[in-house]
Write a protein that binds this ligand. Structure first.
Ligand SMILES: [Zn+2]
Ligand SMILES: [Zn+2]
Length: 502
């Protein structure tokens, strides 16, 4: 039986096209993966009919900012972000012994000592009781420290790298505890990254796509590769056509030649202009409220950033960079202002969180595209949460979605998965229920950020993002009316007219 119906008529209670007139229909004819006709009448063809009389159809979601490798690896290996005790963490690790056996090593993600009642790191001997025959690394959630078991420590020490002298912690018997920080941690994290075989990386891509489909995502923009990782993006390009959804990469390097050789038209991603609020490294104009005399970090000079932008622009490459604090965003804007006449390539700012009216005007005047993560506000925004602790009253200025949209800036949205889950419905409800009522947007605008604006942000607005004749038949069937209710459920997902299963 062929479950992939290439020619069919589908009807629903409402089909929200999100086209320029926001037309609503109830019937759609699909042929060869494309939309052939939209109507409010019965269509006079003998095609198979699929009927969802009480459901709603919207364009397939576009997650405009993900990290596919990390997202997929967290599906393969355990992650312990929600664990509140060592007992819970140790149970998860013990249950993963078959995974250690399969791959010959184990990594465990998102350990947060402050979430556990023990409020410390485990000693390597405690980990040895769980996994002894395979090297294991437990990553702290912020990606700046970790713990090895003895097997892992032995393997890392075998490399006898002098750099390891810095950052290894010792216990009262002058033996390494397995806890690593700084250079020793960075070396070890790279050492474990090198254990990820091409097959495992491809498996991670597939797992991430599976997760995306479950949440209605039919196109995923992904940031991958680094200055030193020149295999991950290359691997994605090799398997891209075999993945069930479109995965479109930004290569996170400033090496323009490397990207041009791969015939890519996009460069950047989470290239760090600054850090994050959580780690006090996002670059602020005024000090951190909870760390006086600290204004965060800018990682590049104006000269370096302007050179990168100018060269990319001259080579026809669309850029994206990570800028969170107002001082970092100001640097991005200032560097573009120094040369950019016309943003025909749709250069983007990712995150773009702490803003003021002057910055919003300058972003608008330059025509820059902004890619926000509304779910950040759900987790860390509002009174009593982390942004308020770090920024004081400035928490009221983060992610001013309504102002951005009203000023005419093109705003696309993503999850930054695995930082927040690939889940556009969560992103939409986070935008509609922004902790600052002034920054809330309507369900329609929130939906547009995850569909048509996402298409514009990758120059694909003539093909995806809305439902229109001759556009790709990428769409999602929802349980509730998405313009009236942010509590919703994904019922079906179609990519190029094929139903995807989850
Ligand atoms: Zn980022
Ligand atoms: Zn990112």
């Amino acid at each position: 039986m062929n479950l992939n119906k290439h020619e069919f008529i589908i009807n629903a209670k409402k089909i929200y096209t999100l086209d320029s007139s926001n037309n609503i229909y109830n019937t759609m004819l699909i042929e060869d993966g494309k939309i052939k006709e939209l109507s409010n009448h019965l269509l006079p063809y003998k095609h198979e009919k699929i009927s969802y009389p009480d459901k709603y159809i919207v364009p397939g979601f576009i997650d405009s900012h993900t990290h596919i490798l990390g997202t997929g690896l967290q599906q393969v290996f355990p992650e312990v972000s929600s664990a509140q005790s060592f007992e819970e963490i140790f149970d998860k690790i013990s249950a993963a012994s078959n995974i250690a056996q399969e791959y010959g090593f184990l990594v465990v993600y998102n350990f947060e000592p402050d979430n556990t009642k023990e409020r410390r790191y485990p000693h390597r001997r405690e980990l040895d009781r769980l996994i002894k025959d395979y090297a294991m690394l437990l990553y702290r959630i912020d990606g700046h420290s970790g713990v090895l078991n003895t097997k892992g420590l032995e393997q890392v020490l075998e490399t006898k790298d002098k750099i390891l002298e810095r950052g290894i912690e010792y216990d009262e018997h002058k033996e390494p505890t397995g806890i690593l920080r700084g250079k020793a941690y960075e070396f070890t994290a790279r050492f474990f990254n090198n254990k990820f075989s091409p097959e495992l990386r491809i498996q991670a891509f597939e797992k991430a796509c599976g997760l995306a489909i479950k949440h209605g995502v039919t196109t995923m923009i992904t940031m991958l590769g680094t200055e030193v990782d020149n295999i991950t993006c290359e691997l994605l390009l090799q398997v891209q056509d075999k993945l069930p959804i479109e995965v479109i990469p930004f290569y996170q390097t400033k090496d323009i030649e490397r990207v041009k050789k791969l015939n890519l038209s996009r460069i950047g991603g989470c290239i760090l202009i600054d850090g994050s609020f959580g780690s006090h490294t996002a670059a602020l104009i005024e000090d951190y409220t909870d760390e006086p005399n600290n204004k965060g970090v800018l990682y590049l000079t104006d000269q370096e950033l302007t050179n990168f932008y100018q060269e990319s622009d001259a080579n026809g490459l669309q850029t994206a960079v990570h800028a969170i604090g107002d001082r970092a965003i100001e640097q991005v804007v200032r560097c573009f202002e120094s040369f950019l006449k016309d943003n025909r390539l749709r250069h983007r700012i990712e995150h773009c969180e702490l803003l003021n009216d002057d910055l919003i005007k300058r972003i608008r005047d330059l025509g820059l595209v902004v890619c926000v993560q509304p779910a950040f506000e759900n987790y860390w925004g509002g009174a009593g949460k982390m942004y308020k602790e770090r920024l004081g009253e400035r928490w009221q200025k983060t992610n001013p979605l309504n102002k951005l949209i009203n000023s005419g800036i093109l705003v696309a949205a993503g999850s930054d998965a695995p930082i927040t889950p690939i889940d556009p419905l969560l992103g939409i409800s986070s935008a509609v229920n922004h902790p600052n009522p002034e920054h809330r947007i309507s369900c329609l605008y929130a939906l547009q950020m995850f569909t048509k604006n996402g298409a514009y942000a990758i120059c694909a607005e003539n093909r995806i993002g809305i439902l229109k004749e001759n556009y790709q038949a990428d769409f999602v069937v929802l349980d509730n009316d998405p313009l009236e209710n942010t509590a919703n459920k994904i019922c079906r997902v179609y990519k190029k007219g094929n139903q995807l299963y989850f």
